[in-house]
Write a protein that binds this ligand. Structure first.
Ligand SMILES: Nc1ncnc2c1ncn2[C@@H]1O[C@H](COP(=O)(O)OP(=O)(O)OP(=O)(O)O)[C@@H](O)[C@H]1O
Ligand SMILES: [Mg+2]
Length: 308
């Protein structure tokens, strides 16, 4: 089976700090892989290395058995990428920009035209094809870029933040498109929308400060955190203080306790008795992300913080 393998990849820009440290992973190169992490975590750096646009300082990577660093040319035929800052040329029509991309990739003219039309149908942008890119909405501009990558026939697609800045409806439209591509392509995407990663991805990687903090399916990530339920309350938290669990304070002022099933039951009984409103849900990727990249306040530390 095709795999994506990284072994101890590190990247240092010039003499600055390391943007990536010791990244090792081995995942099937199929379905959708989502890489998440805060600004500056190193997502784009890793994507650019794997898409053969940037060399690593050390380490190695293979996709489908091809050495990313030493056999870049061979790999390039199989990959297409939409970089984070990609913009279609404003004065070209969507069709012209797609066709020129395909010509640049080495297709003949009539083949390029046909592939562009087919991808436009697949992505639902037929009506935009003869408009200049500058007249398209942000969502359709993005779709043109993704359509170009799809039209190339490359099996492996790198999409760096493909849905950033899209409205919720356009984002969901792009999700449907990505889901429909899943069978034929391996999609490696980055995103700041955690519900997007949770919805789309077969496997998720969490980068933080250039290190891969966790990788796995949602079920595997939940297991890492060990506590499968999350209780949220707006109260000061002291009353909800868990017998066993981890307390964090969200940016929205909510206190949240991640806890086990049996503790969740005990805590919720306590909250009901005291008339405190709360919600209880299975752990989402948001909760897991918070837990992994933001140090939780545990019960003792929390007490100290309250007395400050
Ligand atoms: N060309 C460059 N020269 C120097 N430093 C760079 C360069 N590109 C990125 N960096 C640094 O490398 C680190 C990782 O950046 P990167 O763009 O990979 O993060 P990211 O996770 O994609 O962030 P974002 O979510 O904001 O897109 C950051 O500290 C960044 O400042
Ligand atoms: Mg980035």
């Amino acid at each position: 089976m095709e795999r994506l393998e990284c072994s101890r990849i590190a990247k240092r820009y010039g003499r600055g700090a390391y943007a990536l440290r010791d990244i090792s992973l081995s995942i099937p190169a199929s379905g959708i892989f989502a890489l998440i992490g805060r600004n500056g975590a190193g997502k784009t750096t890793l994507v650019r290395i794997l898409a053969t646009q940037l060399s690593a300082t050390s380490g190695s990577a293979h996709i489908d058995g091809i050495d990313v660093l030493r056999q870049a040319q061979k790999l390039r035929e199989r990959i297409a990428s939409v970089p984070q800052e990609a913009r279609a040329v404003g004065w070209l029509t969507a069709r012209q920009s797609m066709v020129s991309y395909l010509l640049w990739r080495g297709f003949g003219y009539s083949e390029a035209v046909e592939k562009a039309s087919r991808a436009a149908k697949q992505l639902g942008i037929v009506g935009s094809m003869d408009l200049p890119n500058r007249m398209l909405s942000g969502g359709n501009k993005r779709k043109v870029l993704v359509a170009s990558a799809v039209a190339s026939g490359a099996r492996i697609l790198f999409l760096d933040e493909p849905t950033t800045g899209l409205d919720p409806i356009s984002r969901k439209e792009l999700w449907d498109i990505l889901m429909s591509l899943k069978g034929k392509h391996f999609i490696f995407l980055t995103t700041h929308y955690l519900e997007e990663a949770e919805y789309l991805a077969d496997k998720i990687g969490i980068l933080d400060g250039g290190r891969l903090k966790a990788i796995g399916t949602m079920a595997e990530l939940r297991k890492m955190v060990k506590r499968h339920y999350i209780i949220r309350t707006l109260s000061d938290g002291a009353v909800a203080r868990p017998v066993s669990g981890t307390l964090t304070r969200g940016a929205d002022g909510h206190y949240q306790i991640s806890t086990t099933e049996s503790e969740a039951y005990r805590i919720s009984k306590k909250l009901i008795k005291r008339g405190i409103k709360f919600s209880m849900n299975p752990l989402t990727l948001d909760d897991i992300f918070y837990y992994i990249v933001k140090k939780p306040i545990d019960a003792d530390d929390y007490g100290k913080e309250e007395s400050r």
